[in-house]
Design a protein around this ligand. Structure first.
Ligand code: SF4
Length: 486
């Protein structure tokens, strides 16, 4: 058990995020002090009346070590100075060298871009990432390389372009690690939802037209959009085509995540509407793992879905995989990737298992990601090597809370088939308009380089009931502002 004492005025969220990468929450007491204090400091309010908390009384004297960062040197105005000290103490105590240094944010590539633009050169930015943020050379090079690649292939978004997201919050069953708004719903419920979504499409399209905005990319996600019948999918795609200006559309993705929802009829619909990119998400090609994570299909269904998608002529197929799944080792992970490469995926997104609040996994083992940290690091390294050998390169990257080892998710692409939507959502320099239950739109104000969120309700039944309010909310908060978007 460790005791960590920080000054009251530190960035608590950020410091706690860093501590959690090194230590499970039950392994430390975190205390905030108003000024420099001694190692046995405990706030007065905690001491009286007579230490009500018996547990605390029991373990307080038995700390293995105390990290006390309240000395005068920690009163620095550099907000990252305390994090660097914290990093070095935690690293010395645990023996763990976190490759992302003191970075706890979810968008390291965005940060790399900001530093490059400020410093004016990649070499200066690299130095800052190493010395100031304490990144490993490999991670610093990785994010600078991805930033450079993105700049070369996808310049700044044009004025008045937006990314359009439509959510279908239904899935055949719920996966173990899932915390999304996904529901198993009756067909008539899905019909009602689609009616509401069509209304929101019309309302948004009208407002966009008046502003002269157009979609640069469209992404239908979820949930699993291919839970819809072929007819429903056809009607939805037709509706979208009718509503929006497609003249400058660069990319249209439909998530077809679960192979048990994909058939040749739906693929024909997708192909008929010229959808260039779909995502079939195996997560693993090991049948035992699929069963553990709550999938009702086998790896052979994934192979069948891939073959049918190829036959239908879909030009870009993405496949999501997860490192750190229960019972899998490095060899299992590599075998999954080998099979996906052999199936001909153009994009492969390698996720690190994250234990999310609201998932079944957190109820089973809230500390699972700590147990998987070492294995995930090996799996990601092996995956990186294999993908490179087969011509895939990283093109976007992000991190999430509670990921095993505090590591990352990386999107790889072959032959420059990068996903516009994925890059835009991470670089945060374009307005994203999200329709459907749980959709969170983000308005980008170029002049202030600022984003403002406009959220739809996440429960799909409430969304249906309050659809007119959702449309009005968008009109008021997304489309009526004076500032220009970019
Ligand atoms: S397919 Fe995706 S959205 Fe659906 S339950 Fe699984 S993880 Fe969640």
């Amino acid at each position: 058990m460790y005791k960590i004492i920080l000054r009251e005025n530190v960035n608590r969220y950020s410091c706690e995020g860093l501590i959690k990468i090194f230590l499970r929450p039950d392994l430390y007491d975190l205390i905030y002090a108003p000024s420099a204090v001694s190692d046995d400091f405990w706030p007065e309010t905690e001491k009286t009346p007579a230490r009500k908390n018996k547990d605390r009384q029991k373990y307080q004297p038995n700390y293995e070590a105390v990290i006390n960062l309240t000395g005068d040197e920690t009163a620095s105005t550099d907000k990252n100075a305390v994090k660097r000290m914290l990093y070095s103490r935690l690293s010395a105590l645990t023996g763990y060298c976190h490759e992302w240094g003191i970075l706890t944010g979810v968008r390291p590539v965005k940060l790399a871009g900001e530093i490059v633009r400020r410093c004016g050169s990649f070499s200066k930015a690299r130095k800052e990432l190493l010395d100031f943020y304490l990144l490993s050379p490999e991670k610093a090079d990785l994010i600078l390389d991805i930033y450079h690649y993105q700049q070369e292939h996808l310049p700044k978004p044009p004025h008045e372009s937006v990314g359009l997201y439509l959510g279908i919050p239904f899935c055949p069953t719920r996966c173990l690690y899932c915390a999304f708004t996904s529901n198993e719903a009756k067909p008539e419920e899905i019909e009602r939802y689609l009616k509401a979504l069509h209304r929101e499409i019309d309302g948004t399209a009208d407002a966009m037209r008046m502003k002269g905005w157009y979609p640069e990319s469209i992404y239908i996600g979820g949930g699993t959009p291919t839970t819809l019948t072929a007819l429903q999918l056809d009607e939805l795609l037709f509706h979208i085509e009718k509503a929006f200006d497609f003249s400058r559309l660069l990319e249209f993705t439909v998530e077809a995540g679960r192979p048990d929802t994909i058939d040749s009829e739906k693929l024909e619909v997708i192909q008929k509407h010229n959808i260039g990119r779909i995502s079939i998400n195996p997560q693993s090609m090991k049948d035992k793992t699929l069963e553990i994570i709550g999938r009702t299909h086998k790896s052979s269904d994934i192979e069948r879905a891939f073959a049918e998608a190829k036959e239908a002529g879909i030009s870009c197929i993405n496949a999501d995989v997860i490192a750190g799944l229960q019972g899998e080792d490095e060899n299992d992970f590599v075998r999954t990737l080998e099979k996906i490469i052999a199936m001909g995926a153009e994009n492969i997104t390698v996720h690190t298992l994250a234990v999310k609040r609201a998932s079944k996994l957190v109820e089973m083992d809230k500390d699972f990601h700590y147990k998987q940290a070492a294995m995930v690091a090996k799996q990601l390294a092996a995956g990186r090597k294999l993908l490179k050998e087969h011509g895939y390169r990283p093109y976007y990257l992000y991190r999430q809370k509670n990921m095993a080892g505090g590591l990352e998710n990386t999107g790889y692409c072959k032959n420059d088939t990068l996903s516009v939507y994925n890059i835009r959502i991470m670089e945060e320099m374009q307005t994203i308009i999200a329709l459907g239950a749980g959709g969170i739109s983000k308005v980008y104000y170029d002049a202030e380089n600022r984003l403002e969120r406009v959220a739809n309700v996440s429960n799909y039944e409430i969304y249906i009931e309050r659809i007119e309010e959702m449309i009005e909310r968008k009109k008021k908060n997304l489309f009526q502002e004076e500032e220009t978007i970019c």
